[in-house]
Write a protein that binds this ligand. Structure first.
Ligand code: NAD
Length: 354
């Protein structure tokens, strides 16, 4: 499996280095043939090459079997500067990574204030309220007058159908329940179409139950009784917000693993941002990117039929759970370890497994 590794900004380099250590331990334990191609992205790329994403990088990633992308400080990028592209948008759009898979679960050893749960948010990833990726050319946020802004949301039947299908396929491997999260009471046409697509896809999965919840009420329901949810499918912006909430409910945003999956490519990327408040201090939780990479191994294994990759992904998830259970974790989880030591606690469990 050939992977491109792009560390990013802020805590990106630290958590990426930690993740690569875990990945290499898993490769050794499961005899995976891995080839890692390291490249710069984001502000480091801008410093060295004058652009946040080097020309030709998309093709290199497309030719590989997977991408690990660290978080980037996109809020600091200059709007409208062609050399300060948002890498996350660039790869999601360029590789058509339409389904963003974001699991969240409780762990033994961490306080489960809301009870035990294990759910996945499946978020549409290529359109919706993301003004920077909605248009063939330009941006769908318009300054009409100095005091009037129009931000447009794009919803297409094709994108709704394919993300709904991804959610139902996932639910079939789990507890067979999909919840469509929407705002069809207000966004009657767009979310109405999203809901209609979920219902249409549901007909192909008679063994999977579908229920529907309005997004604002969902914020109450998921906090009140998270155990009732299995796979939650939703549009782009709602999914972004919901999945940060569910990651934090699981113990920390630093546990927010996330896979951006398309038909041909996939990208492991933590759910959180570049956490500039923690950068360079060896305190950030690396497990979000570690768990994202475990998802990428599973994706590759299912795609190629190479079961060892699926097993390696599962073993990383188990090693993470064991390390957390033993209190060998970063301070956001109540532990005392730094970034490197927390990753080493996972690596040791992979190396010593029988
Ligand atoms: P953030 O997700 O970086 O941080 C939010 C909070 O969570 C902070 O308190 C931070 O310290 C904490 N946190 C985040 N990751 C953590 C980790 N691994 N371990 C422990 N604590 C962690 O959000 P923000 O501060 O709003 O954004 C910072 C920058 O990241 C901005 O420039 C933003 O545009 C960018 N961003 C990038 C991505 C991405 O690359 N995919 C996603 C979201 C935000």
């Amino acid at each position: 499996m050939r992977m491109v590794v792009l560390p990013g900004d802020g805590i990106g380099p630290e958590i990426t280095e930690a993740t690569v250590g875990v990945l290499e331990a898993a490769a050794q334990a499961f005899q995976l043939r891995l080839e890692l191609e390291h490249e710069v992205i984001g502000l480091e790329s801008h410093r060295r090459h004058g652009t946040t994403v080097m020309p030709g990088l998309l093709e290199r990633v497309r030719a590989a079997d997977g991408l690990i992308l660290g978080p980037t400080s996109t809020l600091d990028y200059r709007e409208g500067d062609a050399n300060q592209i948002n890498p996350s948008m660039y790869f999601r759009k360029g590789l058509d990574l339409f389904a963003n898979i974001r699991p969240a679960r409780t762990y033994p050893g961490l306080p489960a204030k809301l009870g035990q749960f294990d759910l996945i948010v499946v978020r549409e990833n290529t359109e919706g309220f993301y003004a920077d990726r909605n248009m063939e050319q330009g941006n769908s946020e318009l300054l009409v007058t100095p005091d009037v802004v129009v931000s447009m949301r794009r919803i297409t039947r094709a994108c709704c159908l394919r993300v709904a299908r991804a959610a139902f396929e996932l639910a079939q491997r789990r507890r067979r329940k999909v919840t469509a999260v929407h705002k069809a009471n207000v966004l009657r046409i767009g979310d109405g179409m999203f809901l209609a697509c979920c219902r249409e896809v549901a007909k192909d999965f008679p063994d999977v139950a579908l229920d529907e919840i309005i997004v604002d009420a969902m914020m109450a329901h998921v906090v009140r009784d998270p155990a009732r949810f299995d796979v939650c499918v939703t549009t782009n912006m709602f999914g972004d917000i919901l999945s940060d909430l569910t990651a934090e409910m699981s113990g920390s945003l630093g546990l927010g693993g996330s896979l951006n999956a398309g038909a041909e490519s996939a990208m492991a990327q933590a759910a959180h941002g570049s956490a500039p408040d923690l950068a360079g201090q060896d305190v950030a939780n690396p497990l979000s990117l570690v768990l994202s990479t475990a998802l990428l191994l599973g994706w590759h294994g299912r795609r190629t039929g190479e079961v060892r990759f699926i097993e390696a992904g599962g073993a990383i998830e188990q090693a993470v759970a064991e390390a957390i259970g033993a209190g060998e974790a970063t301070r956001d989880l109540g532990g005392r370890l730094g970034t490197r030591a927390a990753a080493a606690a996972v690596t040791a469990r992979l190396t010593n497994r029988r």
